[in-house]
Design a protein around this ligand. Sequence first.
Ligand SMILES: CC(C)(COP(=O)(O)OP(=O)(O)OC[C@H]1O[C@@H](n2cnc3c(N)ncnc32)[C@H](O)[C@@H]1OP(=O)(O)O)[C@@H](O)C(=O)NCCC(=O)NCCS
Length: 230
Amino acid sequence: MAWEVGEAGGFMLREFQPGDADAVRELFAEGMSEYGPALCTHMLQQPWVMLTLTGTFLLLVATVHSLLLPALVLALLLAAGHLVLSQVWALYIRRCLSEDLKDIGEAYAQHRNARFWVAEAGGQVVGMVGARPEEGHGPSGVLVLKRMVVRRDYRGRGVGRALGRAVLAFACEQGCRAVVLVTHSLQREARNLYLSLGFCPEAAQPLPTFYGRLADFMLTRYRYDLAPGD
Ligand SMILES: CC(C)(COP(=O)(O)OP(=O)(O)OC[C@H]1O[C@@H](n2cnc3c(N)ncnc32)[C@H](O)[C@@H]1OP(=O)(O)O)[C@@H](O)C(=O)NCCC(=O)NCCS
């Protein structure tokens, strides 16, 4: 059943319907792929990457006494790095699509005390967000806000804020203690959005894998505590 949260700025929020599945998955993949280039730039800014590239370049210049070969090797290294990072990022997106976004209706079903909303404009899905109880917590424990994305041409019109508020309203309705979410260091707009909604950041932690530490890929958990009766 559709639950209309409100209408403003030319869009309307409603609950996910099975017919939205493809559009939602496509929007998620689109929104997340935007961070591919930002990830490459972030990697290039890592001191060990700069040192390795500069060192290789200088070593080759000193060895072959020419600029052509070192420049070619540098270009090849950059292209290979770009390719590897693009693949890693694409893998991450595919993993998300094979988890809760594979069967959204089931993953966010009412009997799981979860919900998924879409923002609709002109008959198209232009925004999305989900909310599920945190693992190990009961229905009135901690709710996790997930998969927030707004289509590029609908950003800056309050869609993200409306989706965030829908999650907070749902958490109140469920009697939850708090709403939490995790962002990564490249998601500047998202961080501002959550801060403006009243979420508080906890200490940033590196992605707990070898590659996460190598890339200095920081994750920040945000929390919104709900007082009883909110
Ligand atoms: C983050 C995102 C959902 C924001 O959606 P949006 O509809 O543009 O957000 P809103 O218009 O409701 O803006 C709400 C607040 O977000 C912040 N914000 C939005 N766009 C911003 C930008 N380009 N730069 C800085 N802050 C921005 C601002 O604090 C803004 O409040 P203000 O308008 O009072 O300044 C959207 O940029 C997006 O889909 N990004 C890609 C996917 C993503 O990162 N998702 C988050 C996963 S955790």
